[in-house]
Ligand binder design. Structure first.
Ligand code: CO
Ligand code: ZN
Length: 332
């Protein structure tokens, strides 16, 4: 299985912070429309694509939205103050370039502080190179959201880029849509909105779809860099099968099915117990009367930084495991 760098590099570079997912949604829609039986956009903006089949109704979720920074104030000299949309860290954002939907570029810096450990988002600002409030207001308005302006790089092992979270999940879902020709189950692929601000899109999509089974695809963290906190997940060690995070304890049937398939098909895998964070399955499994749900995670270093890193082999193994899972005859 070769690695489709071209598709992933496009996905990570399209603007789409939480609540402003229009551009990435249009791109994904074009990419998958010839491979699905039905496609629609719901009221919150989720893209929902169905591949019809006879078996269980399965909802597959990958979030389209990105973390970003929303402008809260523009001062007399044209500097922007901002609040976080999702998990923006002061350390990771300091010194980074950002870009707005209209192409306006800025740099994030900080007021002088005596103790650099005290840098907080409230002392930070975005400099868009405007020399007055009036000039800045021609380019940016209060409420606009910018995202990291990084770019995709790769070597033979890994990809380096902002926004693997969760465009790599979208990538895996797209690859699975293209690969599955005759679905054994009734598949609803959801490219969800607003995951980073509280799993909001997945909640409404699950309510509408009423799935029998839920599965989401997202990044997880790592424990394999110098002095990293102990965590038994690392790059190039296989697809991660989630056991728990802060949003869900995965249903044993789903977890065991994923492990069984990985063993049978010789797909390298590792078990993931993440002590923080959550993803769409956290919302899906609590929908209506409850939905047995699980997660396939891509082991990723430096999550929520402008240079997230993941292994190409792991990414392909996550796709393989998802395809096997969706082709399973479920007895639940
Ligand atoms: Co995230
Ligand atoms: Zn995510």
């Amino acid at each position: 299985m070769s690695f489709n760098s071209q598709l992933l590099s496009k996905l990570v570079e399209i603007y789409g912070p939480s609540s402003n997912e229009g551009r990435i949604r249009d791109f994904i829609r074009e990419e998958i429309k010839d491979y699905v039986d039905e496609i629609r956009v719901d009221a919150l903006g989720n893209l929902i694509a169905r591949k019809k089949g006879e078996g269980k109704r399965v909802m597959i979720s990958a979030h389209m939205d990105q973390i970003g920074m929303m402008v809260t104030d523009i001062d007399e000299k044209g500097f922007l103050r901002f609040t976080n949309i999702g998990g923006i860290s002061p350390i990771y954002s300091y010194g980074q370039q950002v870009i707005f939907e209209n192409g306006t570029v800025g740099a994030i810096f900080c007021e002088p502080v005596e103790d650099p450990s005290k840098i907080k988002l409230e002392n930070m600002y975005i400099d868009i190179g405007a020399f007055s409030k009036e000039e800045a207001e021609k380019k940016v308005s209060i409420g606009d959201i910018c995202v990291y302006k990084g770019h995709f790089s790769e070597n033979e092992n890994v990809v380096f880029t902002p926004y693997l979270d969760d465009r790599v999940g979208c990538f895996i879902a797209i690859e699975a849509i293209k690969e599955i020709r005759e679905p054994k189950n009734d598949l609803y692929f959801v490219f969800s909105v607003q995951e980073e601000v509280g799993l909001r899109g997945a909640r409404t999509a699950a309510f509408a779809i009423e799935p029998d089974i839920g599965i989401s695809i997202d990044v997880t963290s790592h424990g394999d860099t110098p002095k990293a906190k102990r965590f038994a997940v690392g790059l190039n060690k296989g697809a991660a099968i989630k056991v728990k995070d802060r949003s869900i304890i995965v249903h044993p049937y789903i977890r065991e099915t994923l492990v069984k398939l990985a063993k049978e098909k010789e797909i390298p895998y590792q078990m993931e117990i993440l002590e923080f964070g959550g993803t769409d399955s956290g919302a899906i499994h609590l929908s209506k009367e409850g939905v047995p749900s699980g997660v396939i995670s891509v082991p990723t270093r430096y999550v929520h930084s402008p240079v997230e890193m993941a292994s190409k082999i792991d990414i392909n193994n996550c796709t393989k495991l998802l395809v096997e899972f969706l082709n399973t005859e479920f007895d639940i």
